[in-house]
Design a protein around this ligand. Structure first.
Ligand SMILES: Nc1ncnc2c1ncn2[C@@H]1O[C@H](COP(=O)(O)OP(=O)(O)OP(=O)(O)O)[C@@H](O)[C@H]1O
Ligand SMILES: [Mg+2]
Length: 313
């Protein structure tokens, strides 16, 4: 597996506090890697180290095989980035702002139009950034990141502050990026379902530590799927389900917890037969898709209660 981004034991302290601890990130080439974590987890700090904007206190980061500490400029040439603070000149137009970066990077003139086209901002390029909506600023920020077609894109919370329509647009845009640009995308977010829909890989950072990382399909396969059961006699159904050796989630609803790797359809057929044969009316058996949210919760719980989790190996 070739890696576009790799960190080994990456560590950063602020004051006496370790905010990023021995982080080993592995982002395969061509991935859309969702870097997930709650507020303050250390996402932005990590991304800044990848970009060479702050120095790590330990460990190292490689971008496209280049060590960021040893060759900061060489690594920077491989990356386009969108960070929290855009630093756009509000009184200049979108195009003028891009032109500043284009000239700094000594790129051909056509490059500005090309990136404006990719983010569909050409019609608004002549307007001042002060008149842009938040979503337009985010797009302009991505356009700037795309200048020069870097092989790696690092986007810090690109959906931040967008309305639901804007988020949906951003999602579609991110999903299409690798195909459109050939780039590997590292995108941070605290919105689980956001990342679930766009990412091929995820890494979850909790309190500075990498809690889990891998291909999304592999990770979701490790989460137990479930079945929602609707019947006319829930109390009887409950004991029948337990008697058949199934686990039930706590709570009012009849929510069957399957084992990781179990096929929800096979389990549904088996349960249906058992319930019907016992004279119950089955209204619905709905498979619950294993979600990243479940994985996130499972890892969060494990981190809160050391040793209490029973993560599938
Ligand atoms: N320059 C700094 N000086 C001191 N502490 C800092 C500095 N930058 C970040 N921190 C602290 O490091 C921790 C991680 O911050 P970071 O910005 O990396 O989190 P994040 O995961 O990006 O959060 P968010 O989702 O809110 O953007 C926080 O506790 C933050 O207060
Ligand atoms: Mg942040």
């Amino acid at each position: 597996m070739t890696l576009a981004i790799e960190t080994c034991g990456l560590t950063r302290r602020f004051g006496g506090r370790t905010v990023v601890q021995a982080l080993d990130l592995q982002v395969p080439k061509g991935a859309v890697y969702g870097f997930l974590g709650p507020n303050g987890a250390g996402k932005t700090t990590t991304l800044k180290m990848l970009l060479g904007l702050i120095r790590p206190d330990g460990g190292r980061a490689l971008i496209d095989g280049i060590d960021v500490s040893a060759d900061r400029m060489g690594a920077a040439r491989k990356v386009g980035a969108l960070l929290e603070a855009h630093g756009f000149h509000a009184n200049l137009t979108g195009r003028e702002n891009l032109e500043i970066t284009r000239r700094l990077l000594a790129l051909p003139r056509t490059e500005t139009d090309r990136v404006l086209e990719v983010v569909e901002m050409r019609p608004d390029a002549h307007r001042r950034v002060s008149d842009y909506s938040l979503g337009m600023r985010q797009r302009l920020g991505i356009a700037r990141a795309l200048l020069g077609s870097p092989p790696v894109l690092i986007l810090d919370e690109p959906a931040n502050g967008l309305d639901p329509d804007g988020i949906a647009d951003m999602r579609a845009f991110l999903m299409g990026l690798p195909a459109r640009t050939g780039a590997t995308v590292l995108v941070s977010s605290h919105l689980l379902n956001e990342v679930e829909q766009t990412a091929t890989h995820v890494g979850v950072i909790l309190a500075g530590r990498l809690a889990v990382q891998g291909a999304l399909a592999d990770l979701t396969a490790r989460i137990a799927p479930g079945l929602e059961v609707e019947v006319d006699q829930p109390v009887r159904a409950r004991s029948l389900i337990l008697a058949r050796g199934f686990d039930l989630e706590d709570g009012e609803a009849l929510s069957v917890r399957l084992r990781p790797g179990d096929d929800a359809r096979t389990a549904a057929a088996k349960l249906n037969r058992a319930l019907v044969e016992s004279g119950l009316e089955v209204f619905a058996l709905t498979p619950r898709r294993p979600s990243l949210e479940a994985l996130y919760r499972a890892t969060a719980d494990q981190n809160r209660l050391p040793g209490a989790g029973k993560e599938a190996a």
